[in-house]
Design a protein around this ligand. Structure first.
Ligand SMILES: Cc1cc2nc3c(=O)[nH]c(=O)nc-3n(C[C@H](O)[C@H](O)[C@H](O)COP(=O)(O)OP(=O)(O)OC[C@H]3O[C@@H](n4cnc5c(N)ncnc54)[C@H](O)[C@@H]3O)c2cc1C
Length: 447
C-alpha cells in the first residue's frame, strides 16, 4: 500500500478566520461535496460544521451486502470537476487499492466502502469540524452562526442537514428495544431477533435490505418468522434504465423547476420508483432465499410476504409482543392482523429540523414545506443580494426526485460554488429527450 494513506491536501484555508465567505451547516455528502470543491481556495475562507463527534453516514444501517444505488461516478466531485482530488477514484488510488477494486468486479460500490470514502474526504479537509451543533443563525449585515462552542460570522451559509428517520403515528410513542427504525438496524440497542417473530414494515430498499438480512442469518440466529409488510402493491424494483436516468440529469432538474407546482407534485408521485424502488439484485437475492427456505430447507413458516397492505394500528398484546393491524388495499374494510415480537419500521426519512433558522425565519420565503430557492439553490429572502442562504437536499418539491439523491450532488455544489465566486461553469450537454413543450410561434404569441 502507498505510504500516503493519511496524506492531507496542503492546507490553504484552515478554520480560523474572522469572517468566512461560507459556513456550511451539516457534513453529509451534500455539504461534503461543496467543502471538497471549495478546498484550496484561500480567497474563499470556509468552514463546515457537523454536530456529530465524528463523521458518519447511515452508520447504524450499514447492513452487510448493501450497495450504492447509483454509479460510482456520482461521487462528491467528479461530475463537476473530474480532476478534483476528492473523487472516489482518488480515494481508491491513494489507499493503494485501485487495482483490487477493479478486480473485485462489483456490480455496485459496497455502501460501507462509499461511507469510508466519504469519511476519508472529511478527514483530509481541515475546514471541516465535527462536534459542533449549530443552534441559531442571526443576521446583522453578515450571518452570525452560533454553535454549542462559539459564534462565527460569514457572508453566506449553506444548510445541508439532510434527513431524520420517520415512523407513522401508530409507532411514535412505542419506539424502544422491540420497535425501532431501520436506521438503527445494526445498533446494539434492540433485542436479539433470533427465534423471534419479526415484522419489517416498508417496501423500499431499506425494508428490503432488512428483510434480506433477517432471512439470511445462520440457522441459530434466524428469527422464528419474518413478515414483510408494504403499502405498495408489490415489491417493486428501482427503474435504473437509461431514459429514466435522464430524470437525474441537470437539464431535467432545470426543466422540472420551471413547471407548475401541481405538475411537479404529480411527476414526483408518478416517478417515485425511479429513486425509491428496490435494487434488482436485492430482489433476486430475496427471491432465491425464499426458494431455498421453502423448497430446499422445507421451512414453510419462516416467511410471510404481505404487500398491498397499510398498517392501521399497533397494540401491545398479552404475550408481551405486538399486534399489527393492516388494511388491504384491494379489499377496503377488511382488516388483517399479525402478532410479532419486534417491528422494524423501514418507513423512510423526512427533512431534518432547521430550527436554528428561527431568528431569520420570517424573512425567508416558503413554498409549502420547503424554503423557496432560486436557480442556484439560494433561498429567496429579503436580505442583501450578496448575502445568501443555500439549501442542499431540501427542495424535492421544487427540484424533483434527484434532489435528495447523490446523482446531482456534485453539480448542485458546483452551482453554489459558482454563485459564491460570481462565475458560471459550462454545463454538460442536455438530455437526448426534449422535455419542454415547443409550441409553434403563433401559439406562443397567444400565450
Ligand atoms: C441507508 C441509505 C442509503 C442511501 N443510499 C443512497 C444511494 O445509494 N444513492 C443515492 O443517490 N442516495 C442514497 N441515499 C439518499 C441520500 O444520498 C443520503 O440520505 C445522503 O446522506 C443525503 O446527504 P445529506 O448531506 O443531504 O444529508 P445527511 O447525510 O443526512 O447529513 C446531514 C448532516 O447534517 C448534520 N446536522 C444536522 N443538523 C445539524 C446542526 N444543527 N448542526 C450541525 N450539524 C447538523 C447531521 O449530523 C448530518 O451529519 C441513501 C439514504 C439512506 C438512508
Amino acid at each position: 500500500m502507498g505510504k500516503s494513506v493519511e496524506n492531507r491536501i496542503p492546507e490553504t484555508g484552515g478554520h480560523q478566520s474572522a469572517q468566512y465567505r461560507c459556513v456550511g451547516i451539516g457534513v453529509g455528502p451534500a455539504n461534503l461535496s461543496l467543502a471538497s470543491l471549495l478546498y484550496g481556495r484561500s480567497e474563499t475562507p470556509n468552514l463546515f460544521l457537523d454536530q456529530r463527534e465524528q463523521f458518519g453516514w447511515h452508520d447504524n444501517q450499514q447492513i452487510p451486502g448493501a450497495a450504492l444505488q447509483v454509479s460510482l461516478l456520482k461521487d462528491l466531485v467528479l461530475l463537476s470537476d473530474p480532476t478534483n482530488g476528492f473523487s472516489f477514484l482518488s480515494y481508491l488510488h491513494e489507499q493503494g487499492k485501485i487495482y483490487h477494486f477493479i478486480n473485485a468486479q462489483y456490480e455496485a460500490v459496497p455502501r460501507r466502502e462509499f461511507r469510508n470514502y466519504l469519511e476519508w474526504a472529511s478527514r483530509r479537509n481541515e475546514n471541516i469540524v465535527f462536534g459542533e451543533k449549530v443552534l441559531a443563525v442571526e443576521f446583522d449585515r453578515s450571518f452570525v452562526v452560533h454553535t454549542n462552542r462559539r459564534s462565527v460570522t460569514t457572508d453566506n451559509i449553506c444548510v445541508g442537514v439532510g434527513t431524520r428517520p420517520w415512523v407513522p403515528e401508530q409507532a411514535r410513542d412505542k419506539l424502544g428495544d422491540t420497535q425501532f427504525h431501520v436506521s438503527d438496524f445494526t445498533a446494539e440497542t434492540h433485542v436479539d431477533l433470533d427465534g423471534k417473530r419479526v415484522a419489517v414494515v416498508g417496501g423500499g430498499q431499506s425494508g428490503a435490505e432488512a428483510f434480506l438480512d433477517l432471512i439470511s442469518r445462520p440457522p441459530k440466529e434466524l428469527p422464528r418468522r419474518v413478515t414483510w409488510i408494504s403499502r405498495r402493491g408489490n415489491y417493486f424494483p428501482i427503474d435504473d434504465s437509461p431514459f429514466t436516468n435522464e430524470y437525474y440529469m441537470p437539464s431535467y432538474s432545470e426543466y422540472f423547476s420551471g413547471l407548475d407546482k401541481a405538475v411537479r407534485e404529480s411527476l414526483n408521485n408518478r416517478n417515485v420508483l425511479s429513486s425509491d424502488g428496490i435494487s434488482a439484485s436485492t430482489l433476486r437475492d430475496i427471491y432465491q432465499r425464499c426458494y431455498e427456505h421453502r423448497f430446499i430447507a422445507g421451512a414453510h413458516d419462516l416467511l410471510a410476504l404481505l404487500p398491498n397492505r397499510g398498517v392501521t394500528d399497533v397494540t401491545g398484546n398479552e404475550s408481551g409482543g405486538w399486534t399489527i393491524k393492516m388494511g388491504h388495499n384491494d379489499r377496503p374494510g377488511v382488516i388483517e392482523h399479525v402478532d410479532v415480537d419486534a417491528i422494524v419500521w423501514a418507513t423512510g426519512f423526512r427533512p431534518a429540523s432547521t430550527d436554528f433558522l428561527a431568528p431569520i425565519e420570517s424573512r425567508l420565503e416558503r413554498e409549502g414545506d420547503e424554503y423557496r430557492i432560486d436557480q442556484d439553490f439560494a433561498v429567496q429572502w429579503d436580505g442583501p443580494r450578496d448575502r445568501l442562504i443555500f439549501m442542499q437536499n431540501a427542495a424535492r418539491g421544487q427540484r424533483g426526485l434527484a434532489d435528495p439523491n447523490l446523482s446531482l450532488t456534485a453539480w448542485r455544489s458546483r452551482r453554489i460554488l459558482d454563485r459564491l465566486l460570481g462565475v458560471g461553469s459550462n454545463e454538460q450537454l442536455p438530455s437526448f429527450v426534449e422535455w419542454s413543450a415547443k409550441p409553434p410561434a403563433d401559439e406562443l404569441d397567444a400565450l
